[in-house]
Write a protein that binds this ligand. Sequence first.
Ligand SMILES: [Ca+2]
Ligand SMILES: [Ca+2]
Length: 288
Amino acid sequence: MTAGNVCAFTIQQCNPSICQVRIDFLTLTLAQPNAHGSCIYDSMNIIGGATNIPPICGENSGLHLYVDFNGNSNIRIVISTSSDASVPKAWKLKIAQIACDCPTRAHMYEALARKRFYGLSPSGCLMHYTDLSGTVRSFNYGTTVSSYLLPNGQPGTRQLANTNYGICVEMVAGYCGIQWSQSSDIYSFTVSGDTSTAVGQGIIGTPASFASGADCTTDFIVVPNPLVNGVPTRTDRFCGNGLPTLTTYSKPFVLTTVTNGDELPDSGNRGFALSYTQLRCTNIIVGR
Ligand SMILES: [Ca+2]
Ligand SMILES: [Ca+2]
């Protein structure tokens, strides 16, 4: 596609028994958002579904999302690109229509057919994972810093602005809890505050960079009723430039991510790439 053009796809409901679409971004590379996280250069907009989905841009290959049909209305994917042809733009999308009676835990790999079948995602779960362990990423997560600068000259963000969605993990039988932790790179939880300074001071990913509760007012994640080293945190909201390993036995397993409309006073944030592991049920404590 030529820079400066619009490419649109229409997804028609195959038949009335279809409720949902899963869109896999096998490849989705668009221009980075501006310093505040707004997709003002290139953007993918998914419209016409039952819920609002934030405009998406930047590097999102390997991610997926689910959209409910709104009655029998078409869902449209509209990709708009800026006229700056020097920015690589590429996409390859896999679209699966999912029947209303398909169980959420129907995800399975049919080895003979070499096809992966997907179940419904619970409504409100923009992303839905079904493995015992894995990694979840915020949109446009990456380790390299944004090349766009904030008005104060500090580096901008890779986070997308104005998001508020759930990342869900399907509970596997016999598993009662879930643990969330930073993945291996140092930027894997950098959602608010000054990331470059935290790197410079050597406190990134350490308790000195953790923030929670009332200190998290702009960009943050929510994990319901977690424990850190077995001790209740008494807050479920986390931000900053590092995250303690969180364990929770609250169901369903969902991590909510929130971003506001700008990136002040943050700088150099990347978003998050978190590992999750489901935890076997025990009889030690009632409710687990
Ligand atoms: Ca931020
Ligand atoms: Ca923000």
